[in-house]
Design a protein around this ligand. Structure first.
Ligand code: THG
Length: 279
């Protein structure tokens, strides 16, 4: 299955047959104090730096999250999108829990965006699916609903099925729904990675949609995050992960290696290209 995203002019095709598309995670204030202080001053120079370094490291799409306590993201998210699109062509993934901020950003942005995220809760479906349809955006569908997050992969996959079905009934193409099986810290929950992997396998097998996830979530609180993230992402790609949200400066090597191992990079062109381009 294919999902096409568009930046200011160029297209990115996310295809379940690969190669893997990287959604850069770094424009996210959760762990970056400097991003909070610069965003509070409506200074986008650091956002643009993060955009540039991620693109250089192999990001195909950029996640844009400007959330921090007290933020007016209905004005800040669109401003950030405009600043990024003035300089860069890559498609954007709008990461906000606030549907009004998402719509405000879609109103000013060029191309075809990815909405991050919709989930299986009635209110989320009711609010966001019409917005996705109106602005011709693709969506990320999180495998959680009004009952919260389950640790049963069959139930997570069933929620994915429900989101896809509802999206299609609203006139959104099935291919424009990218499923997020939910990746959680394995240091806190021993089965966390296995539940995610089995959900990926089921979604891939039952629906065939593209699959994303916040891949670095799994290593929160642990040392050796880079090694752990790389191991998890490789196995996940084998199961059907096609467009992880991750830090390209740390993960692109492992992703190119996995594509090569899986026969999706003839003569190692992309693998070699990546390492030749890195400083
Ligand atoms: N699913 C979807 N969207 C998401 C998530 C998800 N968006 C937010 C988050 N989860 C994914 N984004 C991040 C961003 C940063 C980090 C993890 C997930 C992160 N940052 C480093 C840290 O915390 O140490 C700091 C920067 C670095 O070292 O690179 O881990 O699950 N749909």
């Amino acid at each position: 299955m294919r999902t096409i995203l568009i930046g200011t002019s160029s297209e990115v095709a996310i295809d379940t047959e690969g190669p893997v598309v990287i959604i850069g995670e770094s424009i996210n204030p959760t762990r970056r104090k400097k991003l909070v202080t610069t965003l509070q001053e409506r200074d986008f120079a650091y956002v643009l730096e993060l955009a540039e370094s991620q693109i250089r490291a192999g990001a195909d799409v950029l996640d844009v999250n400007v959330g921090f306590p007290g933020v007016d993201d209905e004005s800040l998210l669109p401003e950030a999108v405009i600043a990024i699109q003035e300089k860069f062509d890559v498609p954007l993934c709008l990461d906000s829990p606030n549907p009004r901020a998402i719509e405000a950003a879609l109103r000013v942005m060029k191309g075809k965006a990815l909405i991050n995220s919709v989930n299986g809760k009635e209110e989320s479906l009711r609010t966001l699916l019409p917005i996705a349809k109106k602005y011709n955006a693709a969506i990320i569908g999180l495998c959680m609903d009004d009952d919260g997050i389950t640790n049963e992969p069959e139930k997570r996959a069933a929620i994915a099925g429900k989101i896809i079905e509802r999206a299609v009934s609203e006139g959104i193409a099935a291919g424009d729904v990218i499923v997020d099986p939910l990746a959680m810290a394995v240091g806190a929950e021993p089965q966390a990675c296995l539940v995610t992997l089995e959900t990926i396998r089921l979604v891939n097998q039952n629906f065939g949609n593209n699959i994303t996830m916040g891949a670095s979530n799994i290593s929160f609180g642990l040392p050796g995050r880079e090694s752990l993230n790389a191991a998890f992402i490789s196995v996940s790609i084998l199961y059907g992960l096609s467009c992880p949200i991750a830090n390209p400066e740390k993960i692109t090597g492992a992703i190119r290696a996995t594509d090569l191992v899986l026969g999706r990079d003839d003569y190692a062109v992309r693998f070699v290209g990546h390492f030749q381009n890195q400083p």
